[in-house]
Design a protein around this ligand. Structure first.
Ligand code: PGA
Length: 254
């Protein structure tokens, strides 16, 4: 982590929890945030869509931000089951995760779709968190860097800046598996992503853009990962469901 970039600690709750769980988790994080206002990180939680209204009310005034786990590319229309970026922003989302590997797999989202979603989310006033990452097969065949480069360039929105875009490097083989990238593996890919960003958006914006690591991040490995020069926080799944664990990860970043 460079001192010029403020770390972002993002919790991806995925399809977990009921109303009572969301309320409890959000209020525990809000309390901690209010009592520790001076900590130098940004925090965002991304609950399941039906819980967004409840969570935004619970987080009110705490400084913990809310994000969506996905955001449709269209502004409105005949898209059953989807939510428009305008609605997500309107309900209180400051961030939108797009292109998570589970969406790429479960819903067949490709880079072109992810790019369109990121552009619409930004247009609506949210910060797009764009996920990329290689599979184990791609890593084993020596294609980790090229896969991430291709996904990054294919998914990066027009007009991407450090203010409207965050990149999350999430090796697919590390998501929910307990297997975490080694610091050397993480730094290698993060540095490659930043080098690609330099070419795509210029050195100044690239040096300010946050690149998160995601994939089995937990309190015991967060410090080492976030201390790496090009790792600027985390996108955390499993460990974001317990307030003490998620908070401990955030503290590791400050
Ligand atoms: P995990 O998930 O922390 O449970 O590995 C990360 C993610 O998918 O964003």
């Amino acid at each position: 982590m460079s001192t010029s970039r403020r770390p972002l600690i993002a919790g991806n709750w995925k399809m977990n929890g009921l109303k009572k769980d969301a309320k409890q988790l959000a209020s525990q994080l809000a309390k901690r945030m209010i009592n520790n206002k001076k900590l130098a990180f940004d925090m965002v939680v991304c609950p399941p869509t039906p819980l967004l209204g409840l969570v935004v009310e619970t987080l009110k005034g705490s400084g913990v931000k809310m994000g969506s786990q996905d955001s449709h590319q269209a502004t409105s229309g005949a898209h059953t089951g989807d939510s428009s970026p305008q609605l997500l922003k309107n309900i209180g989302c400051a961030y939108a995760i797009v292109g998570h590997s589970e969406r790429r797999t479960d819903h067949g989202e490709d880079d072109k779709c992810v790019k369109a979603k990121a552009e619409s989310a930004i247009e609506a006033g949210m910060v797009a968190i764009i996920c990329i990452g290689e599979t184990l097969k791609q890593r084993k065949s020596g294609r980790a860097i090229s896969t991430n480069r291709k996904q990054l360039l294919g998914s990066l929105p027009e007009g991407a800046s450090a203010k409207n875009t965050v990149i999350a490097y999430e090796p697919v083989w590390a998501i929910g598996t307990g297997e975490v990238a080694t610091p050397a593996q993480a730094q290698e890919i993060h540095a490659a992503i930043r080098a690609e960003l330099v070419k795509a958006i210029g050195a100044k914006e690239a040096s300010k853009m946050r690149i998160l690591y995601g994939g089995s991040m937990k309190p015991s490995n967060a410090k080492e990962l976030i201390a790496l020069p090009d790792v600027d926080g985390g996108l955390i799944g499993g460990a974001s469901l317990k307030a003490p664990d998620f908070w401990a990860i955030a503290e590791a970043a400050s």
